[in-house]
Design a protein around this ligand. Structure first.
Ligand SMILES: Cc1cc2nc3c(=O)[nH]c(=O)nc-3n(C[C@H](O)[C@H](O)[C@H](O)COP(=O)(O)OP(=O)(O)OC[C@H]3O[C@@H](n4cnc5c(N)ncnc54)[C@H](O)[C@@H]3O)c2cc1C
Length: 452
């Protein structure tokens, strides 16, 4: 009997035109490939049929949300079917009794945020890509965002998952309860598994009441070190801000070149800080934070209306696109150091930039010790690119020496897999590979990712 094709299984859901395939061949890393087909199921049953097909014919499949990943996780290798979850985009329930949102994986993060806000509710994980990334992609990458310093990352909000295994079986882990310790915590294992263990088809997400008030402060500095010292002073103070973001001079200039947001271009660094809570507490907390900033030589202003706040956040979220515009093949890393070492790593990054004669733009979630390091290289200039690649290795070594990790929220995917053994022991890697084999003995789900 002739081998079946995916078109025989779900004829109305498959794309094979070259133009369509091209659109599903890349993400926000600089990697790309062309899939053999794209399939766009609209429910769990159809996802299970695709997985069962893939299992029977040993055809690799790559789950895909919005393709905003930074490490090539959704990029197809050769002869692979892309399984796009974008058609499964319904908010199934907002359960205010239990404070749980039940959603399909293709729901855009920002769309859920808007729907919750209408009800005075709030889903804290807020990656800068929230206007276009999917919640399925957020769970698969364990995405973070500026609000993580106070509220944590995606894994802290996933109560349960429905997942299709690579052979087509469907499992449910967790659910609407806030607790559950029966057996191993498979939900936590699936969160951050980068589409290599199962295809997430439904998510039970914890939601919170919206804070009464948010105050947004912009603090500018003549020195990067003073900004970093402020970060340490705030993180050791009794107030937990809801965001504590840093932008260095290169990031500020890039963003202002991209669009005029009105950031001070002569500043060496700035901090974007928010505090939230009740009307009574917020202004007191904001004053305390402002005084920490000024005592560390910062110049503080408060965004006094929604427009001014929005403009600051638009500027913050425009950094990545702005840097891409200047250097389309830049290398973007996502290191984290213990919070007390933020000043040390920023100094090291400056030293590496100077020594290797490269521009390195740094910004990110300084309150978590999470710095997005952008080495502005040009793949078409082999000499410069070689220097950039060796600078990356040096940056990772310095990060690990400070007790940090080489990826805080972007995952490993393709682009970081050659570095994982710098951080993980052979035993760790063997255990992880063994887990992969249990879930996916034929190796058909998102092959070529995470492991070198
Ligand atoms: C401008 C910009 C800003 C960003 N800012 C942040 C940030 O602040 N914080 C942050 O954490 N990230 C950030 N990112 C990275 C990216 O947006 C996140 O990793 C996001 O979670 C990816 O979602 P996606 O829908 O685009 O997933 P994709 O890129 O499509 O996929 C990512 C991975 O998830 C897997 N996957 C997708 N859906 C499923 C599913 N249903 N089941 C199983 N596996 C699946 C894929 O196979 C792939 O491995 C940013 C990206 C950009 C371009």
């Amino acid at each position: 009997m002739a081998k079946k094709k995916i078109e025989d299984i779900l004829p109305h859901r498959v794309l094979t035109d070259k133009e369509d395939l091209f659109c599903y061949g890349f993400d926000a890393s600089s990697t790309e490939g062309i899939p053999s087909a794209v399939v766009k199921p609209i429910n769990t049953q159809e996802v299970a049929e695709v997985a069962a097909f893939a299992n029977e014919y040993e055809t690799p499949i790559v789950p895909r949300g919005a393709g905003t990943g930074m490490t090539g996780g959704a990029v197809p290798m050769e002869d692979v079917i892309v399984l796009s979850l974008e058609g499964m985009n319904r908010i199934l329930e907002i359960d205010t009794q239990n404070m749980v949102a039940v959603v399909e994986p293709g729901v855009i993060n920002g769309h859920l945020q808007e729907k919750l806000e209408e009800k005075g509710l709030f889903y804290p994980p807020d990656p800068a890509s929230l206007k276009f990334c999917t919640l399925g992609g957020n769970v698969a990458e364990n995405a973070g965002g500026p609000r993580a310093i106070k509220y944590g990352v995606t894994k802290d909000y996933v109560l349960g998952l429905e997942t299709v295994l690579p052979d087509g079986r469907v499992i449910m882990t967790g659910g609407k309860t806030y607790k559950g310790v029966v057996g191993y915590d498979l939900t936590r294992l699936l969160v951050g598994s980068e589409g290599t263990l199962g295809i997430i088809t439904k998510m039970f997400l914890k939601i919170l009441p919206m804070p009464e008030e948010v105050v947004t402060l912009l603090c500018t500095y003549d020195s990067l070190d003073a900004a970093a010292r402020t970060v340490s002073a705030i993180t050791t103070s009794p107030i937990i801000p809801r965001t504590l973001e840093i932008m260095d001079r290169e990031s500020i200039i890039a963003v202002e070149k991209y669009k005029n947001f009105g950031l001070p271009q002569d500043a060496e660094a700035l901090l974007l800080i928010e505090v939230d809570g009740s009307h009574a507490s917020v202004s007191i907390d904001a004053e305390k934070i402002a005084s920490i900033c000024t005592s560390n030589k910062g110049n503080v202003s408060i965004a006094d209306d929604t427009y001014a706040k929005q403009r600051l956040w638009d500027a913050r979220r425009a950094i990545s696109p702005a840097l891409y515009k200047i250097s389309p093949t830049k290398i973007n890393e996502d290191i984290v150091v213990p919070r007390s070492r933020v000043a040390d790593i920023l100094k090291t990054l400056r030293d590496i930039a100077e020594r290797s004669n490269l521009t390195i733009a740094n910004f990110g979630h300084a309150g978590d010790g999470n710095i997005h390091v952008n080495v502005m290289t040009d793949k078409n200039n082999p000499e410069k690119h070689k220097k950039a690649v060796s600078a990356i290795k040096e940056i990772f070594e310095a990060t690990l020496k400070l007790g940090g990790t080489i990826s805080g929220e972007h995952g490993v995917g393709i682009t970081k897999k050659q570095y994982i053994d710098m951080e993980l022991s052979d035993t760790n890697i063997e255990l992880m590979k063994a887990i992969k084999r249990v879930f996916d003995p034929k190796g058909i789900l998102n092959p070529g990712k995470i492991f070198p």
